[in-house]
Design a protein around this ligand. Structure first.
Ligand SMILES: [Zn+2]
Ligand SMILES: [Zn+2]
Length: 243
């Protein structure tokens, strides 16, 4: 299983990085974790055909994580139709928000139909399958008015944990136990307002993290400035990781 980093930036495009988009290439599956605004272009730049995409899994409904979906929809409507429906799995409210966003961007006054898609709700602590991939969603501390999820994914005998956007929490220590890769957001270097991981909090728990690989992502400007001294791997756009 391979992880292609299509976008590892924060909402502000810090360091000129694309917004969230992580493509998982498994033996017979291709799926995205997150679909930020810049995901389709990075997907094409990485040499993939959008028609091959089986599913998109969303951790939460902030624009830097899901606002790229309408570009995939226009691709399927006007350029390269997709035969099988795209599965879009996310927290409660995903279907409404995605449909609303598409109407705002391309509706043009008339209600415009989406290409064939199939929405699936991910509920916290309810293990499920998305396009045949095992997913355990669990609630993380990021939004107060909506549900933000972390996602633990298992396929092809490999396990991967994705933090979504979240404050650092004990739940990550527990969920990361034994996983092949933990892709963890780390927006800040030191503690500051905003519900995101700061490196100093994570660092204090590093010895307790029992995952094979740890990769930091969603880095803000302050984190980018400290990158060389962290002693922990950081994602970069275009990076490909063997899980
Ligand atoms: Zn974000
Ligand atoms: Zn967010």
């Amino acid at each position: 299983m391979k992880l292609h980093i299509l976008g590892c930036g924060d909402a502000f495009g810090s360091g000129g990085r694309h917004q969230s988009g992580y493509l998982v290439e498994a033996s017979d599956r291709l799926f995205l974790l997150e679909c930020g605004p810049t995901t389709l272009l990075a997907f094409k730049r990485a040499g993939f055909d959008p028609r091959r995409l089986n599913a998109v899994m969303l951790s939460h409904l902030h624009g830097d994580h899901f606002a790229g979906l309408p570009f995939f929809f226009v691709e399927y409507l006007y350029r390269q139709p997709k035969n099988d429906p795209l599965i879009i799995a996310g927290p409660p409210g995903t279907e409404e928000k995605v449909r609303e966003l598409f109407q705002i961007m391309y509706g043009g006054g008339n209600k415009k139909d989406l290409p064939p898609v199939c929405f699936q709700i991910l509920n916290p602590d309810q293990p499920t399958q998305v396009a045949g991939v095992n997913v355990l969603p669990f609630r993380v501390l990021h939004q107060t008015e909506a549900i933000s999820l972390g996602l633990k994914i298992a396929y092809d005998g490999k396990q991967m944990l994705f933090s979504g956007d979240s404050l650092w929490s004990e739940a990550f220590i527990e969920q990361a136990r034994g996983v092949d890769l933990f892709l963890c957001e780390c927006t800040f270097y030191r503690d500051q307002p905003g519900m995101h991981v700061n490196f100093q909090a994570l660092q204090a728990d590093l010895s307790r993290l029992q995952c094979r690989q740890l990769l930091l992502t969603h880095l803000g400007e302050e984190m980018l400035g400290h990158r060389s001294e962290l002693g922990v791997a950081c994602a970069a756009d275009g990076m490909v990781i063997e899980i």
